[in-house]
Design a protein around this ligand. Structure first.
Ligand SMILES: [Zn+2]
Length: 256
């Protein structure tokens, strides 16, 4: 498989769980055909560490944004600084931003405020978005429709095929995590089978969401090949075809 090139479209390589062996993780990714890794931003205080990490590695690409999971830590000034940070550092995308409507998450109105503000910034700066959507895909679609010319990816997609098709029409790609490696993931396996290959991306979401073989362990980009193999199995297509097209999709979206 040495001729394969894969893009991990979503990996939190800046997180502390990689502090002890980050360089080895990056080397293992290279050995496992991962040619590029997209690193999403989560909170203002961590943007500089992503910028530094990516500056030292050609294959790592930065995004800056305010993640809904940490909504209670964001403030209005963060949005002003996000605009300035995007202008100064030209990230490959804005994110991750979005909505997480699980019960324990932050106030929905506050999440919506930061999400729509970031959609506005993406419209203004004409850059792709990395969107987090958990139990919120209907509302995410409604929010995207309020703006024009947006594009991007829905990371670790968990919605329906019908919603995926609406998102494709709105300019968004569907990013598939290792959730697809679990036999009980019927909904996402159906999405993978039913939407065009030209609209799919692969991601690990490491250190979270390990595949079935690594259940309970820390996830890392080297494991992306297991998601690739699962998708090839579901679609009954060669892994080379899936690899080539999803890599082309990622390169086009992020201009890498
Ligand atoms: Zn993420």
């Amino acid at each position: 498989m040495s001729e394969l090139h894969l893009v991990d479209a979503h990996c939190h390589l800046d997180f502390e769980s990689f502090d002890n062996d980050r360089e080895q993780v990056i080397q293992r990714a290279e050995k496992n055909n991962i040619s590029d890794i997209i690193i999403p931003g989560t909170q203002k205080k961590y943007w500089p560490r992503i910028r530094k990490l990516c500056a030292g590695h050609n294959q790592l690409h930065a995004c800056y944004g305010l993640h809904p999971y940490w909504t209670d830590r964001h403030c209005e000034q963060d949005l002003v600084e996000l605009a300035a940070y995007i202008e100064a550092n030209t990230p490959v995308a804005l994110g991750e931003c979005g909505l997480d409507f699980r019960p324990q998450q932050a106030d929905r109105e506050k999440q919506l405020h930061f999400f729509e503000a970031q959609l506005g910034l993406a419209e203004k700066f004409r850059i792709p978005l990395v969107i987090h959507s958990v139990n919120a895909t209907e509302v995410v679609i409604r929010c995207i429709k309020k703006f024009s010319g947006l594009r991007g990816m829905i990371h670790s997609y968990s919605g329906s095929t019908e919603q995926a098709k609406q998102l494709l029409d709105l300019g968004f790609l569907i990013s598939i995590s290792a959730a697809v490696t679990y036999d009980n993931a019927k909904k996402i396996r159906r999405v993978v089978r039913d939407i065009p290959l030209t609209t799919l991306l692969l991601e690990t979401d490491a250190p979270d969401q390990p595949d079935r073989q690594h259940s309970g362990e820390r996830n890392e980009p080297a494991y992306l090949v297991n998601t690739l193999e699962a998708i090839a199995g579901i679609r009954e297509q060669d892994i080379e075809i899936i690899a080539k097209q999803t890599t082309a999709n990622a390169r086009a979206l992020f201009t890498i």
